[in-house]
Design a protein around this ligand. Structure first.
Ligand code: ADP
Ligand code: MG
Length: 389
């Protein structure tokens, strides 16, 4: 299935034996720079992918939520809105926790949302660090917002979806993924201040300069991931507490050495070093893009990777191999993207090098005994939107 086609209304009709009222979509994303900064109230810079989670939906007047996904076995999951309780309190519907969580999040925020039939088809690979979960949440949120005339603005929609993931599903993620799915626009990277959700669309037209951004999905997920994410969050909170600031975002780069001297735990010190320098790398990338110096973004990406690998310790051999091989073959820069411990890396390079680097990656992975990586181009695409009528 391509990124833009999906089964169409036919599937919805087949499953629910009625007509959908419309179709909505929300994309996956890659983060250009600004990793593990969102839960430190720092800066991020995602762009939306053409890969889309598409939902067809129709209201129900009996307070029942029915969900179905072409990408998950098990058929239709039927739930009663009034009885919804988070996963930690016993919800046992598997993947349905994401759309159910969005309905729960809307209702507990006081929005008048009734039942619905929802059918999902997605081209966002799951668990690849490209945020299929946020695409699922935001497409659900947008459909319910539209069907029930809630009139939520995009940041509010993202907040609702984040609360679904944090409090209903029980994944302690930051706001990056949901804001990316909700707010990105075609041809741009989204500069986002995660403290106050201030944002700016930064033109990001690589083709104009003969450049490309590749996504390399390593297709591995190391089990370590979930526990390590929570541990990094705790470490960052401990660092902020030791420094007497609300969040690590408040530590300026020129005060970093002094700050590090006040932290005893060497592990926390490394985490603080990553977050503070990473926030600065976001600023550097924006300044370079604004100045039209896109090629110079490459080394900043690679520096970001080293920081994630050495200071924050969230990379893995497969991701390191992508960066090493790509840079070795002449790419301008490369880094892991997303939470780490597997998932995807991005590579910024001249378009003439695309085939060469792709081949080198496939070969290096084969030699290392790893599964063949999935390589595709990241074209900055539109955020969540109504698709029909
Ligand atoms: P990521 O967001 O990086 O892809 P997550 O672990 O956060 O990885 O989310 C993946 C989970 O989201 C899947 O295991 C599944 O439960 C759910 N999910 C994502 N896309 C779909 C889909 N199209 N249909 C059903 N569930 C989905
Ligand atoms: Mg996710």
């Amino acid at each position: 299935m391509s990124a833009t086609t999906a089964g169409g209304a036919f599937r919805f009709r087949e499953i629910y034996e009625r007509e959908p009222e419309g179709a909505w979509g929300a994309p996956g994303r890659v983060n250009l720079i600004g990793e593990h900064t969102d839960y430190n109230e720092g800066f991020v810079m995602p762009l939306a992918l053409p890969h889309l989670c598409r939902v067809e939906a129709a209201r129900r007047d009996d307070g029942v939520l029915r969900v179905h996904s072409s990408d998950q076995p098990g058929g239709v999951v039927e739930l009663t809105l009034d009885g919804l309780a988070p996963v930690a309190e016993g919800f046992a519907g598997g993947w349905a926790a994401y759309p159910a969580g969005v309905a729960w999040s809307l209702r507990t925020a006081g929005h008048r949302v009734g039942g619905a039939d929802l059918h999902f088809e997605s081209t966002v690979p799951t668990g690849a660090g490209l945020s299929s979960s946020a695409a699922l949440e935001v497409s659900t949120g947008l459909a319910l917002d539209d069907l029930y005339g809630l009139g939520l603005d995009r940041p509010s929609l993202a907040e609702v979806c984040r609360r679904a993931e944090n409090e209903f599903v029980g994944v302690p993620s930051g706001i990056l993924d949901q804001m990316a799915a909700a707010c990105c626009t075609e041809g741009h990277a989204l500069y986002l201040d995660t403290r106050d959700l201030q944002r700016r669309q930064v033109p990001f037209d690589l083709a104009l300069e003969g450049l490309r951004l590749l996504v390399v999905d390593t297709r591995v997920t190391h089990e370590l991931g979930d526990g390590a994410y929570a541990e990094r969050r705790r470490g960052c909170e401990a660092g902020a507490a030791a420094l007497g600031v609300r969040a690590l975002r408040d530590v300026p780069l020129d005060g970093l050495d002094e700050a590090l001297g006040r932290i005893e735990d060497p592990v926390v010190r490394r985490y603080v070093h990553h977050v503070v320098t990473e926030n600065d790398r976001v600023r550097q990338v924006i300044a370079l893009l604004d100045a039209g110096e896109t090629r110079a973004v490459g080394p900043v990406l690679t520096a970001g990777h080293r920081s994630l690998r050495d200071d924050f310790a969230v990379s893995c051999p497969e991701l390191d191999l992508v960066v090493e091989v790509a840079v070795d073959r002449g790419a301008l820069g490369a880094r892991m993207t997303g939470g780490g411990f597997g998932g995807s890396a991005i590579v910024l390079l001249d378009e003439v090098l695309v085939d060469d680097v792709r081949e080198a990656l496939v070969l290096a992975f084969a030699e290392a005994g790893y599964a063949e990586p999935e390589v595709f181009e990241a074209v900055p695409s539109a955020g969540a939107r109504r698709l029909t009528p």
